[in-house]
Design a protein around this ligand. Structure first.
Ligand code: DAK
Length: 258
């Protein structure tokens, strides 16, 4: 891989977008490598993933403007689909993905972070959807995910004005869960991932699926989604171990993912 690195740290996988000369902008090759990296993650050995960008300046400064500048309508649609397929893969990835946003998260960068389950950022992070200033709409889900995360009013303001916001504002509007000094960001992401990894993996996965699927349907259907997820846990060894440990006033010494 030229533009993406992967590191396995115990149960935690760390995916780093590594094209610092272009502030980790997403061109077709980067998108393909992100997809291939997620496809190769061993889901038996991994319980949470961290997605970050190389360097101290940028998480992802957007889709590659040079590559996009000459696209035809058909090519634009095709490029949008490549990105959307990768982002949807991350969003529906069976295990949680934490975005550790270490700088600029603009356009496609903000969008890829929003396809992750949880976003935390460094204090120098900058978020925005600058697309309308370039003559395009957000194309990797920005019009959809931003409105769902921060509400339609704030999303419309950010998208129509193409104004960037800083980390503290991103925190205030609920776009990120927490802000850390840059030097502490990866440790914080690893700590959060380790907490997730300590819990029963099948229950964590079922929770992710239930939250995602439930948000797409009305509450009557959503509650059925949860019932099914909840019921499925009672076929697992980890449920028995977890409840037995509680009743015996002990703790499970490592869930088995079974
Ligand atoms: N694409 C390509 N190269 C980029 C880039 C980008 N998005 N962002 C930065 N770079 C490159 C710069 O060109 C520069 O390269 P060299 O000149 O050194 O070769 C290098 O990274 C360093 O950037 P700067 O010199 O500009 O660094 P500064 O610190 O001065 O400024 C900046 C940092 C992040 C404020 C600035 O680089 C900037 O404004 N970058 C562009 C940010 C942006 O507008 N991002 C949104 C892109 S639009 C769609 C699919 C997807 C999308 C839309 C439609 N469909 C097909 C439906 C998504 C669109 C976007 O993401």
């Amino acid at each position: 891989m030229e533009f993406v690195t992967y590191e396995q740290d115990g149960f935690v996988g760390i995916v780093t977008i590594n094209r610092p000369k272009a502030l980790n902008a997403l061109n077709s090759d980067v998108l393909k490598e992100i997809e291939a990296t997620f496809d190769a993650i061993d889901l038996d050995a991994t319980r949470a993933v961290i997605l970050t960008g190389a360097g101290e300046k940028s998480f992802v400064a957007g889709a590659d403007i040079g590559e996009m500048s000459t696209l035809t309508k058909e090519e634009g649609e095709a490029f949008g689909k490549v990105g959307n397929d990768v982002f949807r893969k991350i969003e529906t990835f069976p295990i949680p993905v934490i975005a550790a946003i270490n700088g600029f998260a603009l356009g496609g960068g903000c969008e890829i972070s929003m396809s992750c389950d949880i976003r935390i950022c460094s204090d120098n992070a900058v978020f925005g959807q600058p697309e309308v200033g370039l003559g395009i709409t957000p194309g990797f889900g920005g019009t959809q995910r931003l409105a769902r995360l921060v509400g339609a009013g704030k999303a419309k303001e950010m998208i129509y004005t193409a104004f960037n916001i800083k980390a503290d504002e991103a925190y205030r509007i609920g776009l990120v869960n927490a802000v850390y000094p840059q030097a502490e960001l990866m440790d914080a992401a690893k700590k959060m991932a380790a907490k997730i990894a300590k819990n029963a993996p099948i229950a964590v996965r079922a929770s992710k699926k239930a939250i995602n699927e439930g948000l797409d349907v009305d509450m009557d259907q959503a509650i059925v989604v949860e019932e099914k997820a909840f019921g499925s846990c009672f076929e697992t060894e980890d449920q028995r171990a977890g409840m037995e440990a509680f009743l015996n006033k002990t703790k499970v010494d490592g869930f088995k993912n079974k």
